[in-house]
Ligand binder design. Structure first.
Ligand SMILES: Nc1nc2c(ncn2[C@@H]2O[C@H](COP(=O)(O)OP(=O)(O)OP(=O)(O)O)[C@@H](O)[C@H]2O)c(=O)[nH]1
Ligand SMILES: [Mg+2]
Length: 413
């Protein structure tokens, strides 16, 4: 595989070139959900899989209620104190990579990190060797996102991988969801934190068809994403380099033609909220730079980075009331709650309310990933340390919110 000029090694990279500690936030041990019994993409143990998509959004919504949402627990503390700058820097967007098993989500995510200069050539060479030793030659790019041994051995993402990159105007957090149907609960936890979905579809002969069939994760993930509030989708038709595809416009049009009515029936406004483009995640084509015409002459549209940089996200009000739906909590010299800040700004020292139990709490610390900050604004994935409540008195689904102004009657008691 060829890459453009090799990017500078990341300041995070260790001397031996290993990136495990930085490219993806550390995951919890993978005992959360049973691993598939075997390597087959369709394991016999399908009992854990939710209802097939044909049963519709309502069924998925009700099955969601029975699923516990979890996220990766924090691994690092107090690495950096960031200055409290009131003027807004780059906007931040959470991107979730979704799609059928083996569509190329982790490969595309890994390639994005490579192209944005966060993984050095030496690390790639190391992964190439490791993948070869595991007889998984073509998986080396996915190894950037798939960091645990089980994932690398089986070539399947289990935990939602997290990584960060930036374009000109935007800071992105990538949430690399697993495609395998045994891990749908993990996919849900990733999608519930994101505003934008990158739906990865394999154009390879037979692969699009399997993913799109009833019971395939392409359909299921789209329905879940819509239900979970993923407002927009970038649909990447991937593996265009593959020998059965060879950048065929016919194949691209066929897939786009089949996906449009389905996306529409799933509730997406295709004109406003969906953008399609062809890519090769493995070769890095049409990702950071526009398509090389000698590879594909018919695509005149933008590349992936351009689309992502310009994508509009639903407006959130940094000055509005605080709304932080809690997706997880833990004890760490106090009570820490985690979630995506949907609205408002949280500052150290703020007095807030945990709903619905109406407990008054005080913010004693705020973390954005491993960075300690003094305030966090809308769309950030935050961990907020609060005093005034015990961890056992909080459940996933509770909301951290501003204290509303009380009425005169309430004031008078
Ligand atoms: N030819 C070609 N192969 C690709 C491309 N992208 C991914 N692949 C291959 O597809 C296989 C699966 O890739 P992954 O990135 O692990 O797929 P995934 O969607 O993350 O899979 P899960 O996490 O298990 O759902 C690997 O062998 C990749 O090398 C591509 O653009 N071109
Ligand atoms: Mg993967």
């Amino acid at each position: 595989m060829e890459h453009d000029a090799p990017p500078a090694p990341s300041h995070h990279a260790q001397d031996d070139g290993a990136v495990d500690d930085w490219a993806r936030d550390d995951a919890e041990p993978s005992d959360r959900h049973a691993a598939p019994a075997e390597e087959s993409p369709e394991p016999a143990d399908a009992a854990a899989a939710p209802a097939p998509p044909a049963e519709g959004v309502n069924d998925i919504q009700s099955s969601l209620q029975s699923l516990e949402l979890k996220t990766n627990a924090p691994a690092h503390e107090d690495v950096q104190m960031v200055a409290d700058e009131e003027e807004e820097e780059k906007r931040h967007i959470n991107l979730v990579f979704i799609g059928h098993v083996d569509a190329g989500k982790s490969t595309a995510g890994g390639q994005i990190l490579f192209l944005s200069g966060q993984v050095d050539d030496r690390t790639i060479q190391k992964y190439e060797k490791e993948a070869k030793d595991k007889s998984r030659e073509s998986w080396y790019m996915a190894y950037i996102m798939d960091t645990n041994e089980e994932e690398r051995l089986k070539g399947k993402t289990v935990e939602v991988g997290r990584a960060h990159f930036e374009t000109e105007n935007t800071r992105f957090t990538i949430l690399d969801a697993p495609g395998h149907k045994s891990y749908v609960p993990n996919m849900i936890s990733g999608a519930s934190q994101a505003d934008i979905g990158v739906l990865v579809i394999s154009a390879r002969k037979g692969e699009f068809e399997t993913g799109y069939e009833r019971g395939g994760q392409t359909r299921e993930h789209v329905l879940l994403a819509k239900t979970l509030g993923v407002a927009k989708l970038v649909v990447v038709i991937n593996k265009m380099d593959e020998p059965t595809v060879q950048w065929s416009k016919e194949r691209y049009d066929e897939i786009e033609g089949k996906m449009i009515p389905f996306l529409r029936s799933s509730g997406y406004n295709v004109k406003k909220d969906v953008q399609f483009l062809p890519i090769s995640g493995l070769c890095g084509a049409n990702m950071k730079t526009r398509m090389d015409k000698s590879i594909c002459s018919w695509w005149n549209g933008p590349c992936l980075f351009e689309i992502l940089d310009k994508i509009e996200v639903p407006l959130r009000d940094p000055k509005g009331p605080v709304r932080l739906p809690i997706i997880d909590k833990y004890k760490d010299m106090g009570t820490v709650v985690m979630g995506k800040l949907e609205n408002g700004t949280i500052r150290e020292g703020d007095s807030l309310l945990v709903m619905p139990n109406k407990t008054h709490v005080k913010v004693t610390g705020i973390n954005l990933d491993e960075k300690k900050v003094r305030r966090a604004g809308p769309n950030e994935n935050v961990r907020v340390k609060v005093s005034g409540i015990e961890e056992e008195d909080i459940m996933a689904g509770f909301v951290l919110s501003s204290v509303g102004k009380c009425t005169l009657q309430e004031k008078l008691g």
